[in-house]
Write a protein that binds this ligand. Structure first.
Ligand SMILES: [Zn+2]
Length: 276
C-alpha cells in the first residue's frame, strides 16, 4: 500500500544522489499557471491539434485563424505567473546540482521564476519573427499593432473546459492578421511549430548540455513530441539514470528507473526543500 509522502522521499533521494542533473520540462509544469496542456493523461489530443507549419505558411485562412486566436489569448497568457514547479526548479538550480533546464514550453515562466540555465527547446512566444526577411519583433508590440489594425474587434469566444478559446468563423474572417513591418511578409512567433525541426544550433547546445549531465529528470511531459523524447533516448543509451514526474503515462516510462505519478509542482517542491 502506498504511504503518503513515499514518492516524495524517493525523488528526494534520487536528487541527492546526482550532482549534474539535466531536466526536461513540458506543459505539465505550466498548467498550474493557467496555461492549458494539449494532451490528456493518456497522451492523446484533448483538443484540435496545433497548427502545422505547412498550412500556416500556405493557407491564408489558417494564418488568419492562428493570429485571431493568438491575439484573443494573449492577455490571458501574459497574466500567467510562475507556479510551485518553476520555483522549485529555480531553487534546485541555486542549490547547485541542477545544471540545465531544457523546456518544451514557450512561456518563459522558468526564466521569470529565476532560473538561468534554461534552453527554450521549442522557442519563445514573446518574440515574433518574419518568415521572409527574418526581422524580429517584440510580441507585446505586435499586440498593439493588431489592436490598431482591428478597431472594435472582439472575438466571440467559446471557452472550453481547459480554458483554451475557440473563436467562431465570422470573427476569424473579420480579423486583420499581422504582416512584417519591414517587408510585408508572414510573421510567426519564434516557436517551433508542429512539422518544424528544432534549429540545429539549439539542438547541438542541448546535446552538449546532456553530455555533461550525470542524470536526467523529466517533469510534466508525456514525451509524445519526438524533439523532447529523443533526449530521453540519448540519456538512456548513455546509461544515465532517468526519473520522470508526470501526471499520467509517458512515452519514456519504460526507460525510467524512477517514475512518479503526481502533481509536478508539489512533488518537486517537497523534494527540493530537502536538498536546497
Ligand atoms: Zn520581413
Amino acid at each position: 500500500m502506498d504511504r503518503p509522502g513515499a514518492d516524495d522521499d524517493r525523488l528526494c533521494e534520487w536528487m541527492v544522489r546526482h550532482r549534474r542533473v539535466f531536466a526536461l520540462t513540458g506543459a505539465g509544469c505550466s498548467t498550474a499557471s493557467g496555461i492549458p496542456d494539449y494532451r490528456d493523461d493518456r497522451g492523446e489530443w484533448k483538443r484540435r491539434p496545433p497548427v502545422m507549419i505547412q498550412a500556416f505558411r500556405t493557407q491564408e485562412a489558417v494564418y488568419r485563424r492562428y493570429w485571431a486566436r493568438a491575439y484573443a489569448g494573449w492577455p490571458r497568457l501574459t497574466a500567467a505567473a510562475p507556479n510551485a514547479a518553476h520555483r522549485a526548479f529555480a531553487a534546485w538550480e541555486a542549490a547547485g546540482t541542477l545544471l540545465h533546464i531544457v523546456t518544451q514550453n514557450v512561456d518563459r515562466l522558468h526564466q521569470r521564476a529565476g532560473s538561468r540555465a534554461v534552453i527554450d527547446l521549442h522557442g519563445r512566444l514573446d518574440v515574433v519573427v518574419c518568415l521572409s526577411c527574418g526581422a524580429r519583433t517584440d510580441r507585446e508590440a505586435l499586440q498593439a499593432v493588431m489592436t490598431a489594425d482591428n478597431p472594435g474587434w472582439h472575438a466571440s469566444a467559446m471557452t472550453a473546459p481547459d480554458g483554451d478559446a475557440d473563436i467562431d468563423a465570422s470573427s476569424v474572417q473579420s480579423f486583420t492578421a499581422p504582416r512584417c513591418h519591414a517587408c510585408g511578409g508572414l510573421v510567426k512567433p519564434d516557436v517551433v511549430f508542429f512539422g518544424e525541426n528544432v534549429p540545429p544550433d539549439r539542438y547541438a547546445q542541448t546535446r552538449e548540455a546532456l553530455a555533461g549531465a550525470d542524470a536526467l529528470l523529466v517533469a510534466g511531459s508525456s514525451l509524445m513530441v519526438y524533439s523532447g523524447f529523443r533526449f530521453v533516448r540519448l540519456a538512456h543509451d548513455a546509461g544515465l539514470p532517468i526519473a520522470i514526474v508526470n501526471r499520467g503515462r509517458t512515452r519514456g516510462d519504460d526507460l525510467a528507473g524512477l517514475k512518479i505519478e503526481g502533481d509536478v509542482g508539489s512533488t518537486l517542491a517537497d523534494a527540493v526543500v530537502a536538498i536546497a
